[in-house]
Ligand binder design. Sequence first.
Ligand SMILES: Cc1cc2nc3c(=O)[nH]c(=O)nc-3n(C[C@H](O)[C@H](O)[C@H](O)COP(=O)(O)OP(=O)(O)OC[C@H]3O[C@@H](n4cnc5c(N)ncnc54)[C@H](O)[C@@H]3O)c2cc1C
Length: 467
Amino acid sequence: MNQCEIPLVRTGDMDADVLVVGAGGAGYPAAFRLAESGRRVVMADPKGELGGNCLYSGCIPSKTLRELCQISIRARRLLSWPGPVDFADLQRQRDAVQQIRFGQHQEELREHPGVTFLKGSVELLGKGRARIQGPEGITEVSAPGMILGTGTRVRRPDFPGAELCLTSDDLFSFGAPRIELPSELAVVGGGYIALEVASLFSALGSKVRVLVRSDTLLRNVDPELVSLLHGALHDFSIEFQAPVERVESAGGRRRVVYHSRGQERTVEADAVVIAAGREPVLPQGWKRTGIALDPRGFVVTDEGLMTSVSGIYAVGDVNGRAPYFHAAVRESLVAAHNLMAGNRRIDVMDYGSVPVTIFTFPSLAYVGITASVARRQGIPTVVARAALSEDSRAQMVQEREGEVRLFFQPGSLRLLGGWVIGISASELINEIGLAVSSGLTARDLAEFADQHPTTNEAISKTARTLL
Ligand SMILES: Cc1cc2nc3c(=O)[nH]c(=O)nc-3n(C[C@H](O)[C@H](O)[C@H](O)COP(=O)(O)OP(=O)(O)OC[C@H]3O[C@@H](n4cnc5c(N)ncnc54)[C@H](O)[C@@H]3O)c2cc1C
């Protein structure tokens, strides 16, 4: 049933302590925490499921495909397993994992009777008042506290033929129509989603070409780290300063017309994926609340996640600060704690220790202050590093490329940040992030018996080089 067909039945009014708008990583952790503390919570999301875009079309489906792909790469390389991978089967498994998690969230909802979850879209009527419209009709909610966690959506560039291209939604959304594995794929964009898609499809066997508008990849990442990653991405080609002009149909294929060094050029492929960023989603009526937006359209918040209006919080991707699921979850809890304290800032978000992973092959992860950031901000550092070629687990699976690099404060040797490029980067960065947020030193790390044989051993080994 589409929005126009929804009967405008008024299903009643509800009083709550907190209204949570959106049930993604930014929404449900706060809803559960608040309900556990005895607050009456109403949470709404038009998907009618918890997990937001991370589960529906982002992290979980993309990383399910990546995990399966990783298994096939290792099996081919180490066991001479013949392949090829059945892409239709991978897509079925992607949906199955999503289904498991939807079910798990339903169970969590049943365990939290203090949360009333409505399937529907929220329109804000002002501070403390909202209307939820869903398949059952319209519900008006009064709640002195509000948490906005409405996330972001795919941004489609406005060049002609953009509608002929696929986006991450087409590749990863729950139950999305099956797509054929393209023999040749063009990817437009130089951010992390573009690189992850390029890496995934080239590992699956597609010939991939990436077109980047500017002369850099991963604009917000330490340039030294980006150049290490660039050097390690052997499986697909990347063309810089290649702005796309238009995309055309070409006999069942796609032709991308772009500019390069003053000349018009073309590339043909079976499919084109655009990954040109994401834009904030704001609930209808947001202007009635008086919340302020930044120049990019994201909601402005303080370190306690409160907006410019007392009692209204904005967490997760919609505030544009750290657009990752784990950051959204932590922000959600910070907002819940401050709401529980009567809008006093008793908890704050530590953005300096949020780990980030780019899930390419090989992957790259970082946290805190790294080389170029330290140089730019004039922060002196002592640097320690260890090559992963010497790591036993890297040797077992013959993925010996990469390194761990840690950045310490001179004198105290307190850990300020670090990066990992190569095997297990996404796991190692958690230990490094915890050490950064806990203010641990090189000695603390060096004296910890990281388990053998895991790649984490590289962390204590790196720290020991300084002692
Ligand atoms: C392809 C891809 C891969 C990604 N991979 C990773 C990864 O590996 N690791 C990682 O940490 N992050 C990853 N991300 C980012 C991650 O998905 C987001 O950071 C995370 O989903 C943010 O959570 P959120 O709750 O803020 O927003 P969302 O997950 O976007 O959820 C917002 C929810 O609000 C709902 N909503 C919108 N408007 C309204 C309204 N008016 N009323 C009620 N509800 C509304 C939406 O339906 C949605 O369910 C990936 C993203 C993409 C696109």
